[in-house]
Design a protein around this ligand. Structure first.
Ligand code: G
Ligand code: G
Ligand code: MN
Ligand code: NA
Length: 251
């Protein structure tokens, strides 16, 4: 309860900000970034998202926190739009189950986009398989409304949940993100290599982009490239950094 009170206050005081982690293409050009929430508490220091995101979900602050993250992402898109070198970069934002299932989620997102002046097609929402399958019909309605507004969608941590192929076909998706647990073992565990190749083939069949997450070594990058992966995220290219620290090259 103490942490909840300070998160509520911290949100108001602007202690929660976004960090950006680059997403790069096969030539290591930065094509976008994932926004990751960071909470800098005045006494506790950096509180990890693994602690405060579940807390925000439990106590209902996720709506406000999620809105704050969306706002920060849209503000950054607007800043980037002013320079040709950055005007086509996309930002992905994580959306948690409880936030997505709020009755006014679509309105929250479209209001923030419209008031910020950001290009909706440069904003990508990352949903997990469990969110998508919670209530498939309601999910399709929400996603379709947001898609009509221009917003893009990605399935995060893909391969760890229970997506059925039938749903994949019905959802207005743009991208799958291969969970980093598979990438971590892709060179050492044949099963993980098979899962990665299967996800890449599946994505190709459904005309979806694929981002491999958690790429840490050149050897992992080579394997992924050889099997048709074209987008990468991970410490090999850049850690999450404050928006002012973000650079337009992936080393
Ligand atoms: O860097 P990392 O430790 O940021 O993130 C830990 C977890 O917290 C990840 O699963 C990530 O998806 C989640 N996360 C980070 N930022 C946000 C956010 O803004 N909203 C939600 N819902 N989850 C986030
Ligand atoms: O669950 P989600 O995919 O949204 O969370 C992304 C998480 O992965 C964040 O905690 C982020 O800091 C972390 N991350 C990003 N790149 C790497 C990487 O190369 N290796 C590891 N171990 N974690 C990473
Ligand atoms: Mn993510
Ligand atoms: Na992920």
């Amino acid at each position: 309860a103490a942490l909840e009170t300070s998160l509520r206050a911290g949100l108001q005081r602007g202690e929660v900000e976004i960090y950006l982690q680059p997403v790069v293409d096969a030539e290591r050009r930065v094509v976008g970034a994932e926004a990751l929430a960071r909470w800098q508490h005045p006494e506790r220091g950096n509180v990890p998202p693994a602690e405060f995101i579940p807390l925000a979900e439990q106590c209902g602050l996720i709506h406000q926190l999620g809105g704050h993250v969306l706002q920060a992402a849209c503000d950054q898109l607007v800043r980037w739009s002013r320079s040709p070198a950055s005007s086509t970069l996309k930002i992905s934002v994580n959306v948690s189950a409880r936030q997505f299932h709020q009755a006014d989620f679509v309105r929250q997102v479209t209001d923030i986009i419209d008031r910020s002046g950001a290009r909706a097609d440069l904003l990508k929402l990352e949903l997990t398989e469990s969110v998508l399958l919670d209530d498939v019909e309601a999910t399709i309605v929400k996603m379709t409304e947001l898609k009509a507004h221009g917003v893009c969608f990605s399935i995060d941590d893909f391969g760890t949940g229970y997506s059925s192929l039938a749903y994949l076909k019905r959802l207005p998706l743009d991208e799958l993100k291969i969970d980093r647990s598979f990438v971590a073992d892709v060179l050492t565990h044949p099963n993980d290599a098979t899962i990665v190749r299967t996800i890449l083939a599946l994505a190709q069949a459904f005309s979806l982009d694929v981002v491999a997450e958690g790429v840490e070594t050149e050897e992992q990058r080579q394997f992924l490239m050889q099997h048709g992966c074209a987008l990468f995220q991970g410490y090999l290219f850049g850690r999450p950094v404050a928006v002012g620290q973000f650079e337009l090259t992936g080393d």
